[in-house]
Design a protein around this ligand. Structure first.
Ligand SMILES: [Zn+2]
Length: 223
């Protein structure tokens, strides 16, 4: 059901009625790139169990995550509404279900409703705020606190304590060396917060993880 997505759920009855026939269920596979920066956006995604990362890539190949979008949001909205050119890469971080909507059809529906535009605009503001938070987080907070924040956010959006992440993927998202992620994951495992085996993280102690996470976790959650 599209209602499992918070954006769709927050729509007025008339907006939901217009949008619903335009949505098709889709399963998003891990690491699928929905679009690259500069691509023409063809579709808007409303995740349900899938989680998508919006990442910035440098010419040298390094990547860093700016924002994480799951069932609390949608991917590709602002570009679909204006110009259709993606400003960052969107990559599926956790596989799962989503609803997909043709970008032109979405734009057509949105332009007919001031209420809908207002909800979408508000959502884009929160994604922007999340990116700003990530910049401050990266500049000021330790890798351990950032990794804890990141795992908690992924847990909130996926609704699962089991996160299928390789150290390499985590390093890319956090914009740090893989060895740093390995060291921190080892420390957290020793402390009993997580269980980490090849490509799999199991969260064992949420409260301790919250205590170890930087303030950015709560800030983004509030937003
Ligand atoms: Zn932080």
């Amino acid at each position: 059901m599209p209602q499992a997505n918070a954006i769709f759920k927050s729509l007025s009855q008339s907006d939901a009625q217009v949008l619903k026939p335009l949505l098709k269920p889709v399963v998003l596979e891990h690491k699928t790139i929905l679009f690259e920066a500069g691509d023409t956006i063809q579709s808007v995604y409303f995740p349900v169990t899938a989680v998508v990362s919006l990442v910035v890539t440098l010419s040298t190949g390094e990547t860093t995550e700016g924002a994480m979008v799951g069932r609390d949001g949608a991917v590709g909205i602002s570009s679909a509404l204006d110009g259709k050119i993606a400003l960052c890469r969107a990559i599926v971080q956790l596989p799962g279900e989503a609803f997909i909507c043709d970008a032109d059809a979405f734009r057509g529906a949105a332009l007919q409703s001031e209420k809908l535009i207002s909800i979408l605009f508000r959502h884009e503001q929160t994604v922007f705020a999340q990116s700003q938070q990530s910049t401050a987080c990266m500049a000021n907070h330790e890798v351990e606190a950032r990794l804890c924040r990141w795992m908690l956010r992924a847990r909130d959006l996926s609704g699962s304590d089991n996160l299928p992440f390789t150290q390499e993927f985590l390093a890319e998202m956090l914009g740090v060396q893989r060895t740093s992620v390995g060291t921190v994951a080892h420390t957290l495992q020793q402390a009993g917060l997580i269980k980490y085996s090849r490509g799999k993280i199991q969260i064992l102690n949420v409260e301790a993880l919250q205590d170890s996470a930087c303030e950015c976790y709560e800030t983004v959650k509030r937003q």
